[in-house]
Design a protein. Structure first.
Length: 88
C-alpha cells in the first residue's frame, strides 16, 4: 500500500478526541487536514484525513491508539477543553 499526501488544509478549531486508559478522554488539537491518495493493489482511493503533532513529527490522528472522533471547538464545552500550559 502506498500513501501520498496531495494537499494540506488548515484545521483551525478542530480537535481529535483520544481515549487514554490512565487519563480518560482528552482533546488534541489538529495540525491540519490532509488530502491523501492511497494505492492498494492498483485500487486508488482519495480521502481527507486529520493530522496531529505526535512527539517529534506530524502523524495521522486516525492511526493514533485510542482515537475516537473529531470535534470542532464550538462543540466542546469550555469546561471540557483542557490545554497544557504551553498551548495557552
Amino acid at each position: 500500500m502506498t500513501t501520498k499526501i496531495l494537499s494540506i488544509m488548515p484545521a483551525d478549531d478542530w480537535y481529535a478526541l483520544i481515549s487514554d486508559e490512565d487519563e480518560g478522554i482528552g482533546y488534541e488539537p489538529l495540525t491540519c487536514f490532509a488530502l491523501v491518495q492511497t494505492d492498494e493493489d492498483g485500487e486508488i482511493t482519495t480521502e481527507v484525513r486529520p493530522m496531529i503533532w505526535a512527539d517529534t513529527a506530524v502523524a495521522f490522528a486516525d492511526e493514533i491508539e485510542g482515537f475516537l472522533d473529531l470535534e470542532r471547538v464550538e462543540e466542546i464545552g469550555d469546561d471540557e477543553l483542557e490545554l497544557d500550559e504551553e498551548e495557552q
